[in-house]
Design a protein around this ligand. Structure first.
Ligand SMILES: *[C@@H]1O[C@H](CO)[C@@H](O)[C@H](O)[C@H]1NC(C)=O
Ligand SMILES: *[C@@H]1O[C@H](CO)[C@@H](O)[C@H](O)[C@H]1NC(C)=O
Length: 430
């Protein structure tokens, strides 16, 4: 069964990578001059372009920043410093909004749906200086000063979960964005794992709560006791040995590196019929599908950018939260190694009361990963929860926070109003 679980997971990735490969081709930017509609001019081109080129294609300003963490991971951030149609004067000081993607995703999440629909563009038009983070191990941050993510016999590069993303990556990127922009504090918007990592940071590095004026959690994930996702539940039953088994066979990355690719690829071709439907949908297999709000025309663009990579440990850590029903640091797999790492046999819980940034939770009825009861518990335990907003559409699902046709009307407009209100408030206080 364990084997079966792993097998499904890796086979799924392979099919996706294959889909991505078939979209590869010569880059064309011919349409550069005739673009200002709300929608993509060419979804296949959007699938091929990386985030900076995609932003340039739609004639928005973009900056690329590399920043190295204290433990050697080289992270790439993408910045849209101002708007295209409105608030488009360069070098004028603006409030900073830092946006952080979810599991298996990247900064692409906030631009794929295009101007007028995707969060990063909307924020830029509304007068914000927009910074998008990329967690260690994803497509844009898959580098290290000394470790090799593709090393055949070592998974050392991949020994991290969202604990490290919250404890190290977020503080590093936030400090960098504040430094370059010259601001003292910023607003934070996170989706899914982008919220989990924030809660890790706020509880373990309390000084950072002061650097964030307001935090907006889209599909907040901390407690997962009521998680209804099948794939994660399968992983949960084996979460304590899945990583050690994966690393025994040299796998640290959840996305296929060439080894996994070949291995699972062979397996896949023997079982094509069974696995293909699952494979073409891993993202939606985890995040849920919403017929009403997913624009199927845009799927190739989404699949060109996602999944963007993650470690096996990130998934295992979520699996532990599902089986343990708590919100704890990573279980090292044995009482002894937990004791060595944490000074206790069980991994310590994250103390959510230490998260003293004003937090707004945005959640929905049909989100398989952020169940209403788990969101309620999170809200009760946070140090300074301010608002809890249910999306006024029953079918709204986990990925709709990023990809929904009506995300702007149902969600982003409210988030932006809250940010503006909190920003004015912060200004008054200063
Ligand atoms: C779906 O996306 C396509 C391509 O961007 C666009 O032309 C179409 O209007 C979108 N449909 C809806 C309902 O938003
Ligand atoms: C960031 O790193 C990438 C990948 O090595 C490199 O191509 C790019 O020039 C770097 N950008 C900056 C601004 O340092």
């Amino acid at each position: 069964m364990l084997h079966g679980g792993l097998y499904v997971v890796f086979a799924t990735c392979v099919a996706l990578a294959a889909a991505r490969g078939s979209l590869e081709g010569d880059r064309i930017l011919e349409t550069l001059n005739s673009i200002d509609s709300r929608y993509s001019t060419d979804v296949f081109e959007d699938a091929r372009l990386d985030v900076p080129d995609l932003i340039r294609k739609y004639r928005y300003p973009v900056e690329v920043h590399n920043v190295t963490t204290q433990d050697g991971y080289i992270l790439q951030m993408h910045r849209i410093p101002h708007g295209r149609d409105a608030n488009n004067v360069p070098n004028r000081k603006k409030p900073v909004v830092f946006i952080m993607h979810g599991l298996l995703s990247s900064s692409a999440d906030f631009v794929i749906m295009g101007p007028g629909s995707a969060l990063a563009y909307i924020l830029a038009e509304e007068g914000f200086d927009v910074w998008m983070g990329n967690a260690r191990g994803n497509y844009y941050s898959r580098r290290h000063t000394s470790l090799n993510p593709d090393a055949l016999l070592s998974t050392r590069y991949w020994r991290f979960s969202w604990d490290e993303i919250g404890n190290i990556d977020l503080p590093t990127m936030i400090d960098y964005a504040l430094d370059v922009s010259g601001e003292e504090r910023l607003h934070y918007v996170g989706h899914s794992q982008g919220t989990t990592a924030f809660f890790v940071m706020g509880s373990m590095q309390p000084a950072y709560n002061q650097k964030v004026i307001s935090m907006h959690a889209l599909a907040p994930v901390a407690y997962m006791a009521n998680n209804r996702n099948l794939l994660l539940r399968v992983l949960a039953s084996y979460s304590n040995n899945i990583e050690s088994i994966a690393s025994l066979i040299g796998i640290g990355e959840f996305m296929p590196n060439s080894v996994v690719f070949t291995w699972a690829g062979q397996a896949l071709s023997r079982n094509k019929v069974i696995f293909q439907p699952i494979c073409s949908n891993i993202l939606f297999l985890i995040g849920g599908w919403n017929e009403d709000q997913h624009n199927s025309t845009m799927m190739p663009a989404i699949f060109g950018h996602t999944p963007a990579g993650a470690s096996v440990r990130q998934l295992a850590h979520y699996g532990q939260g599902i089986s343990d029903r708590g919100f704890r640091r990573y279980d090292q797999g044995s009482r002894l190694s937990n004791y060595r790492t944490y000074g206790s046999f069980r991994p310590p819980s994250y103390d959510l009361s230490k998260v003293t940034t004003p937090v707004f939770l945005h959640y929905s009825d049909s989100d398989p990963l952020a169940h209403v009861n788990d969101v309620d518990r999170l809200f009760r335990e946070l140090g300074r929860p301010i608002g809890k907003f249910r999306i006024p559409l029953r079918s709204f699902s986990h990925l709709d926070f990023i990809y929904a046709i009506n995300a702007k009307e149902l969600l982003y407009d409210r988030v932006i109003n809250l940010i503006k209100a909190m920003d004015a408030n912060a200004f008054d206080e200063a």
